[in-house]
Design a protein around this ligand. Structure first.
Ligand SMILES: Cc1ncc(COP(=O)(O)O)c(C=O)c1O
Length: 429
């Protein structure tokens, strides 16, 4: 079972010290429950590991696509984190939460003109320019608005991390970034340097997600620092910031064995230091952008079991009152989860079932999982749902999205309320 979860003296599943079934009883199901203290601890682990293993300046930014709502930005801001935003909607939410615009890093392979305008008008700290079209669009926009832009360049170091192909974005065949190997990255640096309006601070890469091994990070760090040195040699320009993105793996099921935050950060930091030292290159500001590893294990989703349908000799479907509308990750890329009974998480797993969602299509949450005997009304907790569940949720079948209930210091409060039918028709004209 996922590390942040414990059981109480009565054997029930606890999250943040409170019984999941009590929280479900109070707020209804389905409900996302997020343990704020677990998020704070994960942020602290990144900050501590960076301070311990990187002798230069370092900072972490929360990749807010993993879990995005107003309160979460306040939590990470309190931890001293910056934030990665991937749209002006995320930037807007972060600013509304009170984040300093200087602390926002704006990503995206196809930022719209209005995204770029929004970033400039709101003095977003870094726009991470992804391609040549964006370089010229942003340059022209700056000229029209009489502004300058602080930019970094998204580079593709062409590292093939072992992860699902839909989230493996660092290979050469990627929609993201200027490839170093093709010469595009150096050409992009020269283009940026030739502009009076674009202020180039550094380079960025993100090699994929849910990566368990250290090698991909080592390769990426080495390639990126080597590129910074090459830029210095060939253009005389010193890039001062290196952002290595996120991608650190978490534990969804017993089969996942993440190395832990300290170890993962150490690998990246030590490789940067070693490569920079070998090349006699000054240590850059090192940034990391973890998303999943900050929030995934801090969250669970509690559902109520509805129908149980047995097809003898074929399969048993246990249907719950949520599904791909609140967690589309099985539908998107066959993501695997573990689940336990809220009132008896250690009950013997006597039966192979498929946990089906309530939505149409072949809506599935967990295919072929061993679970205890389940009956209508039981509370089933799907574990490790803090990342890319709420943030990817939809109103498919016009099912209102569940609330996000935070647990902190033994108290609960609603950070995002449950949607109502009025919410569903709010934009309908
Ligand atoms: C640019 C960028 N940075 C950081 C992340 C965070 O990755 P993860 O949640 O795997 O840590 C992502 C995720 O897609 C990303 O695209």
């Amino acid at each position: 079972m996922n590390q942040t979860l414990k059981t109480g003296s009565d054997g029930r599943l606890l999250i943040g010290g409170l019984a999941a079934s009590d929280i479900a009883g109070q707020y209804g199901t389905p409900v996302y429950i997020v343990d704020e203290d677990a998020i704070t601890a994960a942020c602290g682990a990144f900050t501590t590991a960076l301070a311990k293993h990187y002798p230069g300046n370092a900072r972490a930014a929360f990749a807010s696509k993993a879990l995005c709502f107003t309160y979460i930005y306040r939590v990470v801001q309190k931890c001293g984190f910056a934030a990665d935003v991937a749209s002006s909607g995320e930037a807007y939410t972060a600013l509304r939460a009170g984040m300093n615009p200087e602390d926002l890093i704006f990503h995206g392979n196809n930022k719209t003109l209005s995204d770029l305008e929004y970033a400039l008008e709101n003095k977003i700290g870094r726009i991470v320019v992804d391609n040549f079209t964006e370089l010229s669009t942003l340059d022209a926009l700056c000229e029209r608005l009489g502004k300058t832009a602080n930019i970094a360049l998204r580079l593709n170091p062409a590292v093939n991390a072992q992860t699902h192909e839909f989230v493996r974005v660092g290979g050469i065949d990627s929609k993201f970034g200027f490839a170093i190997g093709t010469g595009d990255a150096l050409a992009a640096v020269r283009t940026a340097l030739a502009s009076k309006r674009l202020k180039l601070g550094g380079i960025h890469c993100h090699i994929g997600s849910q990566i368990m091994d250290s090698e991909p990070f080592e390769f990426a760090a080495q390639i990126m620092v080597t590129f910074m040195k090459r830029v210095l040699d060939e253009t005389g320009y010193l890039l001062k910031e290196l952002n290595l993105g996120g991608g650190f793996g978490v534990r969804y099921t017993d089969k996942d064995a993440p190395r832990g935050i300290e170890d993962a950060v150490r690998t990246a930091a030590e490789t940067v230091v070693k490569t920079a030292t070998e090349l006699d290159f000054p240590l850059p500001l090192l940034m990391l952008e973890p998303g999943r590893s900050i929030v995934a294990e801090a969250g669970i989703t509690v559902y109520t079991v509805g129908s149980v349908k047995e097809i003898p000799g074929v399969r048993t479907y246990v249907a719950v009152d949520g599904g791909m509308g609140d967690n589309p990750r099985y539908a998107l890329y066959g993501a695997k989860y573990d689940a336990v009974l809220a009132d008896n998480p250690h009950a013997p797993r006597t039966r192979a079932v498929t946990v089906a969602g309530r939505n149409c299509e072949a809506d599935t949450l967990i295919k072929d999982i061993a679970l205890p005997e389940l009956k209508p009304g039981d509370l089933l907790c799907v574990l490790t749902t803090g990342a890319f569940n709420y943030s990817m949720a939809s109103n498919y079948n016009r099912v209102p999205r569940p609330p996000v209930v935070m647990v902190k210091g033994g108290e609960t409060f609603v950070a995002v309320r449950r949607e109502t039918f009025e919410d569903l028709t709010r934009c309908d004209l």
